[in-house]
Design a protein around this ligand. Structure first.
Ligand SMILES: Cc1ncc(COP(=O)(O)O)c(C=O)c1O
Length: 418
């Protein structure tokens, strides 16, 4: 692959330096289009929220706005970024298991549309802080339906120990929390939110989640007269990191979710009228690439290492949870990949390995290695470990490039030091 989005990789590296995050903007737009087109229903009002934790910056928020999508944020910083991008605050959903009083106050001042309330204490705090609100604050309650999904497996357990949301098994707290929200003059309680995991390949995990949410909504209606109008299924839609990954196509997963919701709505005699999803990874992961420059090559009795000029500071995922990536070497696409390399970063941690094993052509100092599918939870989880400056981020589209985040300098890194 000599190009990303019609831009020559070597030219990008020469212009902006490495490590460099590059996003194929056209690819993001195609995915946004696909969600917009397929998450539509005759039965329900529908909405797609971009989970901005996957990659938050003004440029991506502006794209999300262009495509008419909602925004999921989890901190004051993500609200501020949305504000700086000129995003409509009423379309923001504010998540998080420990929103601070300062964050809640800030969100209310900015007229954030919906709070996804995590627990009883937070509902009480929101009630107190929204006393003088000059608008109607919408609220969803994050519940834990006891379905946990990760990659190829999902389990249905009485998983009561999650730090997020209130378990269906803790009905007393659910009822009390809804009661608090319903008795606030400025709060409109809309319904439930759940999020069951990440990188989900099995549609039945979503099916199980939906069944449990609707059955519980019926139980709430029959027992307490509570009307659940909105159900937010959460995110977790998979991306293709390596050839072994086969995510469910967007059109199929959207259809499956909406069909299952319609069936469950009818079966349970409910009148849920809005269904939301909140993908993060599946919108930005595959559009993102990281370009590194190879430095030293080291051979030990059991390994060939190729060292790169970044690592866990710009992409913590392999070190954090053994995430796997595929990579190519620019300009060597036609050379035989006959050596197995370990791609290691430059940070002072022996766990700083970006790829444990990958067959690549013979590597030389100065080669450009391009990691694929780095667009989600890469830059957004980056750190200053070893005082490495954060890389620049560039969007490319139709043969043009635009810088969306500048590379940090040494001066940035000490700017706050007193
Ligand atoms: C509440 C919530 N919604 C949505 C997402 C986005 O998940 P994904 O990026 O896997 O689609 C997350 C991710 O952690 C989440 O916690």
């Amino acid at each position: 692959m000599a190009e990303i989005g019609g831009m020559n990789i070597r030219a990008l590296a020469a212009k902006y330096g490495t490590p460099l995050y590059v996003y194929d903007e056209g690819r993001i737009c195609d995915i946004l289009n696909s969600y917009r087109e397929h998450f539509q229903s005759d039965t329900f009002e529908t909405g797609v929220l971009y989970a901005s934790k996957a990659f938050s910056c003004k440029a991506i928020v502006k794209l999300i706005a262009e495509y008419g999508m909602y925004l999921d944020v989890v901190s004051g910083g993500e609200i501020y970024t949305a504000k700086q991008a000129g995003y409509d605050m009423s379309k923001i959903f504010f998540h998080g298991n420990n929103k601070t009083p300062e964050e809640i106050t800030y969100a209310l001042k900015e007229h954030v549309g919906t709070f996804v309330v995590d627990n009883l204490q937070e509902a009480e705090l929101l009630k107190e802080l929204s006393e003088n609100a000059d608008y109607t604050v919408h609220a969803l309650l994050r519940v834990n339906p006891g379905v946990e999904a990760h990659t190829h497996n999902y389990i249905v357990t009485a998983h009561v120990d999650s730090k997020f949301g209130i378990s269906f098994l803790n009905e007393e707290e659910i009822v009390k929390t809804i009661e608090v929200l319903k008795t606030c003059p400025h709060i409109a309680f809309d319904g439930f939110h759940a999020h069951i995991g990440s990188q989900i390949f099995d549609r039945n995990a979503f099916g199980e989640e939906i069944r449990k949410l609707f059955e519980y909504a019926k139980h709430m209606k029959d027992t307490y007269g509570t009307d659940i109008k909105t159900i937010n299924i959460g995110g977790g839609f998979a991306a293709r990191y390596t050839a072994a990954d086969a995510p469910i196509p967007t059109d199929e997963v959207c259809r499956f979710i909406l069909d299952t919701c319609r069936e469950e709505n009818e079966k349970n005699g409910l009148n849920v009228h809005r269904i939301l999803i909140e993908p993060g990874r599946s919108i930005v992961a595959e559009a993102g690439y990281t370009i590194y420059t190879a430095g030293g090559i080291k051979t030990t009795p059991n390994r060939h290492y190729v060292f790169v000029d970044g690592g866990m500071s710009d992409n913590i995922r392999p070190a954090l949870y053994q995430a796997e990536y595929d990579a190519v070497v620019d300009g060597k696409e036609n050379e035989p990949a006959n050596t197995e390399y370990t791609v290691a970063g430059k940070c002072c941690e022996s766990g700083d390995i970006l790829i444990q094993k990958i067959s690549l052509p013979d590597m030389q100092r100065g080669d450009l290695i391009v990691l694929k599918t780095t667009g989600a939870y890469g830059y957004s989880m980056a750190s200053h470990y070893n005082k490495l400056p954060l890389p620049a981020v560039v969007f490319v589209k139709d043969g043009t490039d635009r810088l969306v985040i500048r590379r940090e300098t040494f001066e940035h890194m000490t700017a706050l030091e007193v």
